[in-house]
Structures are given as structure tokens and as C-alpha cells.
Ligand binder design. Structure first.
Ligand code: GLA
Length: 379
């Protein structure tokens, strides 16, 4: 294996890891003894800023790679039930893949993740107008949202590898009011949890909805459709949408509908009855903003299970309906419809225009804080 421009910042524990390195456009994967911790490699340049790829390794040798471009998780390599390593998320092995604007693979989306109807909202009596980049609506923070920004980064190495990413979104950026300071901390624990902590403050009233847009395929192989994976979502209600995927404002029971995932079921079982496939916000049963388990995804091919924990009130379950085979994996496999799914923990779509939904308003002097944990296991 050629050595990437990388340096190990600190060392805590040892384990066997599967290292993917990319150099001169060649990617190699091999098993090697490695140390738990975090490394940093040069990954190119955009907007006059240096981009890096960080590799977080835990004591078991599981590795998560994250770039400061878009605060993007680019891979999460773990062994399956046969000890064969593969990545459970969609991603590319070079910056150019992301500069080509894929549909938010692994990125942090904001300032407002998900949709705002017609790109318009009011705070007090002031009207704000955003770019409409999804039909008649605004989606995922606009033309150049947080997923397309170069974040500042600092690393931490104690018993767990942790990466802190920071971004200041200027007053008026993409039409949103207020200078917003955002941090996202990614931590890979020795229990195979990827913990994502979001913090933000503003100097003017603004709206905020932050999430991670990872696309999961637990089999580690996009030729297997996620329709065969099994999902539980702890939500008795969901928010129905109009034809442009904007909530109608109703909160409807899932019981007796294809949206009922309260008991684990195969994703493909009733998807045929959902026009366009699942792309809906589920109203989580949790009653407060404590960190609770809200979903579990299982795959029998790999033996992997992904549990999702969040402090947020909703989750957007999206079955990769718009993936259409135009993009390919680093291994040159076509990424077809339903090749991966997203479980985007969040506030509800279009909340700034929906007074009955939990508020997404952030005021000066307030500290926004949310946590989401994706926990992987295999048996
Ligand atoms: C979100 C949206 C989807 C789609 C994807 C990106 O999950 O809800 O409709 O826009 O992002 O393609």
C-alpha cells in the first residue's frame, strides 16, 4: 500500500483495521494492524481552502472517514457476519466525487435541512426568501448549503477518536438571517457508535434544521436493494405531504397504512402503495428531547443491525427514490434506485410555515444542541 499524506495524531489502543487509501487515483484496501485514533490526509482544495480526509479508527478496527468538505461521512467500514469488511454508507474516495454535487451523500445539511415551501418564511413580520432549488421549494439549505462548504476542523484523541468541525454561516447567506456559528462533533466509540453532536448560536433570530444525510446499505454492496432490509421506526404518526413533498400540516396515524413501521417489517413490503417511495417525516413517539432509540435497521445478508438514537422530534425516512444509476461507487457499481436509504433525524419539514410543528426558530442568546447516534452491530 502506498502511504497517503497522513500522520497519526495520537494512539490509544490497537486493533485490526481495514485501511482504504487513495493515491494517484488508485484505491487499495487491505487488512493491517493499526492503532485506534484519528489520522488526517490531504484531500485537495476548493474555494481556496484545503480539504482533508480524517480517518477515525476504534479499538476494534472499525473505521469511519470524514471530510471537512460538507462535514461529510465518506465511508464506514466494518466487518460483516463473515468478517468481511465493507462500507455501509455511500461515498466517494476523492473530493471530485463530491464537487460533482451528488445528492448530499453523507453530508451535514443546513442551515435548514429538508424543505421550506416556496422558499419563503417569516420571522416576526419580516419575510425571507430562499433559492428554490427543488421544484418550487427550497431544499437542504439552498444552492450552496452546509454540504458544499469547507469546514474548519480540529481533532481529539482520548480513548475515542473525535473530530470537531466548525462553520460560520454569514448573515444573509442563502437568504437566511443572522450570523450562525455551527459546530458538529463526530465521535467513533469503541462500541461501534458514530455519535454526531450539533451546536449552534446566532446573532439574529433565524431558523435551523441540521441533520446528517448518510445513505445506508447494510449489506455493503449497492447491488443489493435496501427493499430487502427490515426497519422499525418508533413513530405512531407521520406528516403526510403534497405532490411537492411539503407537509400538508396534518399529523396522521401510521396504523393501517404503509407507513406503519412500529413493528419491524421489510421495507419493500408495502412501498408499492407509496407514490414515489418513502420520503416522509415520521413523528417520533419520544415525548422529550432526551436521547432515545427511535429506529433499527436490520439486514440478514451481512448480519448487521443499525440502531438510531436521537434527541430530535422527527426522522425523514427516504428510500433513495431519486437514485437512478447515473452515479457509481468507487468500485464502479451503479447506484440504482433503492440502493441505499436515509434516516435523517431532524425537525419536521417546512416547520417555519407550520405553526403546529415543533419550532425551528433559534434566537440570539440561545444555544442549539442536538445529538444523534448511529450504532452498528453484527451477529
Ligand atoms: C432528502 C429529501 C429527498 C431528496 C434527498 C436528496 O432526503 O427528502 O426528497 O431530495 O434528500 O436527493
Amino acid at each position: 500500500m502506498k502511504k497517503a499524506t497522513a500522520f497519526s495524531l495520537a494512539i490509544a489502543l490497537t486493533g485490526a483495521a481495514f485501511i482504504t487509501s487513495c493515491n494517484n487515483n488508485q484505491t487499495t484496501t487491505e487488512k493491517m494492524e493499526t492503532k485506534a485514533g484519528i489520522t488526517k490526509a490531504a484531500w485537495g482544495n476548493t474555494d481556496g481552502k484545503d480539504v482533508f480526509l480524517y480517518t477515525l479508527t476504534n479499538a476494534k478496527g472499525v473505521q469511519v472517514k470524514i471530510s471537512n468538505y460538507g462535514a461529510t461521512v465518506t465511508s464506514w467500514v466494518s466487518p460483516d457476519k463473515n468478517n468481511k469488511p465493507s462500507s455501509i454508507v455511500l461515498g466517494f474516495d476523492s473530493l471530485s466525487g463530491y464537487l460533482a454535487k451528488p445528492p448530499y451523500f453523507g453530508a451535514v445539511v443546513g442551515r435548514y435541512g429538508n424543505r421550506i415551501a416556496k422558499g419563503k418564511f417569516k420571522i416576526d413580520n419580516t419575510q425571507y426568501t430562499l433559492a428554490t432549488n427543488n421544484g418550487s421549494n427550497a431544499l437542504h439549505g439552498g444552492l450552496k448549503g452546509f454540504d458544499k462548504q469547507v469546514w474548519d476542523a480540529s481533532t481529539q484523541n482520548d480513548s475515542t477518536a473525535s473530530l470537531l468541525l466548525s462553520y460560520t454561516s454569514k448573515d444573509g447567506e442563502e437568504g437566511y438571517p443572522g450570523n450562525l456559528k455551527v459546530t458538529v462533533r463526530y465521535t467513533l466509540t469503541n462500541d461501534d457508535e458514530l455519535k454526531i453532536e450539533y451546536n449552534a448560536t446566532t446573532d439574529k433570530p433565524t431558523v435551523l434544521n441540521l441533520t446528517n444525510h448518510s445513505y445506508f446499505n447494510l449489506t455493503g454492496d449497492v447491488s443489493n436493494s435496501i427493499l430487502d432490509e427490515t426497519l422499525m421506526i418508533d413513530a405512531d404518526n407521520y406528516t403526510p405531504v403534497d405532490t411537492t413533498l411539503i407537509p400538508t400540516g396534518e399529523i396522521k396515524p401510521v396504523k393501517g397504512t404503509p407507513f406503519d413501521f412500529t413493528k419491524a417489517k421489510k421495507i419493500g413490503l408495502e412501498i408499492g402503495a407509496v407514490s414515489g417511495g418513502y420520503d416522509h417525516n415520521f413523528v417520533l413517539n419520544k415525548k422529550d428531547s432526551s436521547l432515545q432509540k427511535i429506529a433499527a435497521l436490520k439486514d440478514s445478508i451481512s448480519g448487521r443491525t443499525l440502531e438510531v438514537f436521537t434527541t430530535q422530534p422527527g426522522v425523514q425516512f427516504y428510500t433513495g427514490n431519486f437514485l437512478d444509476g447515473t452515479l457509481s461507487t468507487p468500485g464502479a457499481k451503479k447506484i440504482n434506485q433503492h440502493a441505499a436509504l436515509c434516516l435523517e433525524t431532524q425537525h419536521f419539514p417546512d416547520s417555519p410555515n407550520q405553526p403546529k410543528f415543533p419550532t425551528t426558530l433559534l434566537l440570539p442568546g440561545e444555544q442549539f444542541h442536538s445529538v444523534t447516534v448511529y450504532k452498528l452491530s453484527v451477529n
